[in-house]
Design a protein around this ligand. Structure first.
Ligand SMILES: Cc1cc2nc3c(=O)[nH]c(=O)nc-3n(C[C@H](O)[C@H](O)[C@H](O)COP(=O)(O)OP(=O)(O)OC[C@H]3O[C@@H](n4cnc5c(N)ncnc54)[C@H](O)[C@@H]3O)c2cc1C
Ligand code: FES
Ligand code: FES
Length: 501
């Protein structure tokens, strides 16, 4: 493994080169922008990725030499992660490209009266601009989806959505040449195979490593098994901003190209662990539209741009949205420690609350997910207090396999019902060998009370969780029938007949 880091964080800020050293590795990008650069247009609202006030645009060269550009919450991104990247703030929005879009958006925000106190405005502007630039703004719903991670306490959203709709009408210019030039410029400030940064942190020396390939990552993590892996930092960022944890050694996964692949072989999809939720979105929606709908409601756009599939599994959360979906689909997870690679069923990865089947120095490499067979039916539904950008009270995902009318295999997986994402074995047994009719649903609903004794917490009571889980089995039956759609969904195009996977 070559270690060619310079100990200096090199990046572009609004087109100008920066070389930063001597700041703690867990300094957030937002702290740096406001306190060192005095770029105070970027605001701090929540400091936990929830409000979007701190949104900036971050560009990087991708594996094919092109440019990857995304809006991120700067409050939970660590500054060393910007090494080799370009950061654009509201002050210079559109300067690199898309100046017409930025000007139109500014005019629309003024014309529609879309700003009152103005605190949220820079975040909305950067997020809307990023969505327009990426070709994601079309109709009103798309505007709402794109700003679901931005909060405004004054304006009432209507005028902001209208400004977004106006921006959606502005044609995008061809900026391929400019993108390639920026990608080339960024590739010149890369630091080699492993970027290494060291500085005093709040409680002693801190080390940051950013390997670019999986072998270097395996070597580094074997040498530092007590290091904190950081992928999208949508959990780890909060350990610093909210829990003030000391993280002496950090290994950044966001530059490891091998972990960012989505590959398909023989009806099985392999998602690299560092594939972001935004990158996985289309493939998941293609496996089944309920997965698309789940991802649409997963956090907000900026969090989906950063958070990874591997992080959603490795954090071991009992209320993560993807694990129940992936367990219902019979996914497997690949783990690597030094040169040893093993694959286990994803459901076996979650041992107990806060405990996973992962040894020190071992990391998640990929998730292997089979597509649905013609005789399989799938259902996923997230129940949360708020429709957009909220954590689940209950997450349900079901896959049934049929031989004619009879259920030959049942996989009912739930989040929020136990200390881990978990299958409902008694309810599954109650469905086997019979048609999926009202009687079968009743039997499964009774059995669910044997499977789970859920907790009461601020999101939901135990009784609510159990009742909801039972009702979702019935909803699956209704949605498979010829009835009217049983929920609001952007992916809903009509009744869910048996023939629709
Ligand atoms: C505003 C907000 C909204 C959110 N909404 C949702 C939501 O709707 N649904 C939901 O499920 N989650 C939600 N989350 C939680 C979080 O975004 C997800 O769990 C995300 O997938 C975590 O991925 P990450 O890459 O950011 O993880 P990180 O924060 O980088 O890491 C999380 C944990 O996983 C470990 N880790 C990361 N990658 C690996 C790997 N490859 N191998 C081993 N360990 C690894 C890290 O060491 C750490 O312990 C939300 C978070 C925020 C801040
Ligand atoms: S300050 Fe609220 S998302 Fe960053
Ligand atoms: S205009 Fe005041 S918070 Fe949005």
């Amino acid at each position: 493994m070559s270690d060619t880091g310079t100990g200096t964080i090199r990046f572009l800020l609004n087109g100008e080169p920066r070389a930063v050293s001597g700041v703690a590795a867990t300094t957030t990008l937002l702290q740096y922008l406001r306190e060192s650069e005095h770029l105070t247009g970027t605001k701090e609202g929540c400091a936990e990725g929830d409000c979007g006030a701190c949104t900036v645009l971050v560009s990087e060269a991708d594996a094919s030499g092109g440019l990857k550009r995304r809006a991120l919450n700067s409050c939970i991104q660590f500054l060393p992660a910007m090494n080799g990247r370009a950061v654009e703030t509201v002050e210079k929005l559109g300067a690199h490209r898309g100046a017409a879009g930025a000007a139109s958006l500014r005019d629309a925000m003024v014309d529609m009266h879309a700003s009152q106190c103005g605190f949220c405005t820079p975040g909305f502007v950067v997020q809307l601009f990023a969505a327009w630039d990426a070709g994601k703004l079309s109709d009103r719903q798309s505007v709402k989806d794109q700003i679901s991670g931005n909060l405004c306490r004054c304006t009432g959203y209507g005028p902001i959505v209208e400004a977004g709709e106006a921006l959606a009408q502005v044609p995008r210019a061809d900026v391929l040449g400019e993108d390639l030039a920026l990608a080339r410029q960024l590739s010149q400030i890369q630091n080699g195979a492993v970027f290494r940064y060291e500085a005093d942190g709040p409680a002693g020396r801190q080390l940051w490593f950013a390997p670019e390939n999986v072998d270097d990552l395996a070597d580094l993590y074997a040498a530092h098994p007590d290091a904190t892996l950081v992928a999208g930092a949508t959990d780890v960022g909060l350990w610093v901003t909210k829990q003030h944890r000391d993280l002496p050694i950090l290994i950044d996964l966001s530059k490891v190209q091998d972990l960012q692949m989505i590959e398909e072989r023989l009806n099985v999809v392999y998602f690299g662990a560092a594939v972001t939720h935004a990158e996985a979105f289309a493939t998941l929606a293609d496996i089944h539209r309920d997965l698309g709908e789940t991802m649409r409601r997963f956090a907000g756009a900026q969090t989906r741009n950063a958070g990874t599939m591997g992080g959603n599994i490795a954090n071991g959360s009992p209320i993560g949205d993807l694990p129940p979906c992936l367990i219902a689909l019979a996914s497997r997870v690949y783990l690597r420690k030094a040169d040893d690679i093993r694959a286990i069923d994803l459901e076996d990865f979650f041992l107990d609350y806060g405990r996973q089947d992962r040894a020190p120095g071992e990391f998640v490499v990929a998730i292997e997910t089979p597509r649905l067979d013609a005789n399989q039916r799938f259902f996923a539904h997230k129940i949360s207090k708020r429709f957009d950008s909220d954590i689940s009270a209950v997450m349900a995902a079901f896959r049934l396999t049929f031989d004619g009318d009879l259920v030959t295999e049942a996989r009912l997986a739930f989040g929020g019902m136990a200390g881990t994402p978990k299958r409902a074995e008694a309810a599954e047994a109650a469905l086997l060998g019979r048609p999926f009719d009202e009687g079968a649903v009743r039997a499964a609903q009774v059995a669910l009370a044997d499977d789970f004794q859920p907790l009461s917490d601020m999101r939901a009571s135990s009784a609510y969780r159990l009742k909801t889980a039972q009702n979702l089995v019935e909803r699956f039956r209704l949605e498979l029938g010829d009835g009217a759609p049983a929920r609001l969904s952007a992916f809903e195009t009509g009744p869910r007949t048996r023939g629709v996977a």
